[in-house]
Design a protein around this ligand. Structure first.
Ligand SMILES: NC(=O)c1ccc[n+]([C@@H]2O[C@H](COP(=O)([O-])OP(=O)(O)OC[C@H]3O[C@@H](n4cnc5c(N)ncnc54)[C@H](O)[C@@H]3O)[C@@H](O)[C@H]2O)c1
Length: 305
């Protein structure tokens, strides 16, 4: 298949590209390298350094003729969305519409995009299921939720088959410090540097952490179901508090580092756990990597850096 991955130089996108190449697909990566890293792009993939908002995207699609698009490129930081809502909206909505328009005009068969647990906001009925009406507490969550609406209308109005994945907190090798699942990559770096760990809030906030290989597997499985459309949680349906995460880090690294508590950040969610049943039933996806194994692999990757 001819597959275009926007954001393919980033954390999740680059792992997805590796897997697509290993499966024998022809892959084009479009990324402007704001947070992505050129060296992460698989050498067997074609690479174009370009912003997803660029008007030339259409001619790139005309030449490459992608059958499948994974639109991973985004502004991914909750705090940045609160500091600069205009920029967040520009990248996450105008960038998305630019890619959707090119996909519609050039007859893409399947369009798959990450949404986020941030669309749910602070709903207190857990686990969160796809049919719940979310109330985002950040502009990032709002642009992701609005993006889902764009996909829905592109499908209804133009017949473009679309899938939205509400990823929970993804972690693993190559993750940057800034994005949503960033707490694990930040703690890993601090531990490797022998520094103390800073927690925002009391540390009892919980997250549903999922390893990047599982997320890639979900994308591949969904791509192999060309009839698939709609919104899916991609998660483990487990809760881990940040304090518990710190205890895992201490035992895996064998280091007893100091922990500092600072004020909660605006827009942060208190608890998040996503039901994983819909993806299991519709395309047989279930995450398989447990947190301890995933953390060991992540810590050893960053140690080698
Ligand atoms: N990491 C998580 O826990 C998580 C959770 C939920 C959803 N997501 C979503 O998954 C996707 C990938 O996130 P990630 O964690 O790999 O982040 P990342 O920052 O590593 O990857 C994003 C990529 O998009 C590129 N990019 C950003 N703006 C661009 C633009 N205007 N034009 C072209 N390229 C641009 C960056 O250079 C980077 O390579 C994003 O859509 C994000 O919102 C991530």
């Amino acid at each position: 298949m001819r597959v275009c991955v926007t954001g393919g130089a980033g954390f999740i996108g680059s792992h997805l590209v590796d897997r697509l190449i290993a499966l024998g697909h022809t892959v084009l990566v479009i990324d402007n390298l704001t947070t992505g890293v050129r060296e992460f792009v698989n050498p067997k993939a074609a690479f174009i350094e370009m912003d997803v908002r660029d008007a030339n995207i259409e001619s790139i699609f005309a030449d490459f003729k992608p059958q499948v698009v994974f639109h991973e490129a985004a502004q991914t930081m909750v705090p940045a969305s609160m500091e600069n809502p205009k920029m967040d909206c520009d990248v996450n909505l105008l960038g998305l519409v630019n890619i959707l328009e090119a996909s519609r005009k050039h007859k893409v068969e399947h369009f798959l995009m990450p949404s986020s647990a941030a669309v749910y906001g602070d709903l207190d009925t857990l686990p969160l299921t796809e049919d719940m009406i979310g109330k985002p507490t950040s502009f990032y969550g709002l642009t992701k939720l609005t993006g889902e609406g764009y996909l829905h209308i592109y499908e209804q109005a133009f017949g473009l088959k679309t899938v939205c994945f509400r990823y929970s907190n993804v972690y693993g090798p190559r993750q940057g410090d800034g994005g949503e699942g960033g707490v694990i990559s930040i703690f890993t770096r601090l531990i490797n540097e022998g520094q103390g760990l800073t927690i925002f809030g009391d540390g009892e906030q919980t997250r549903d952490f999922i390893y990047v290989d599982d997320v890639v597997e979900a994308n591949i499985k969904a791509m192999n179901h060309p009839e698939l459309t709609g919104v899916y949680n991609i998660s483990t349906n487990t809760s881990t508090s940040v304090n518990k995460l710190v205890s895992y880090f201490k035992s895996i690294s064998n280091k007893d580092l100091p922990v500092y508590y600072e004020a909660e950040r605006t827009g942060d969610i208190r608890h998040s756990r996503l039901c994983n049943q819909k993806a299991k039933v519709d395309f047989d996806f279930l995450a398989t990597v447990d947190l301890e194994r995933g953390l060991r692999d992540t810590i050893s990757y960053f140690k080698g850096k």
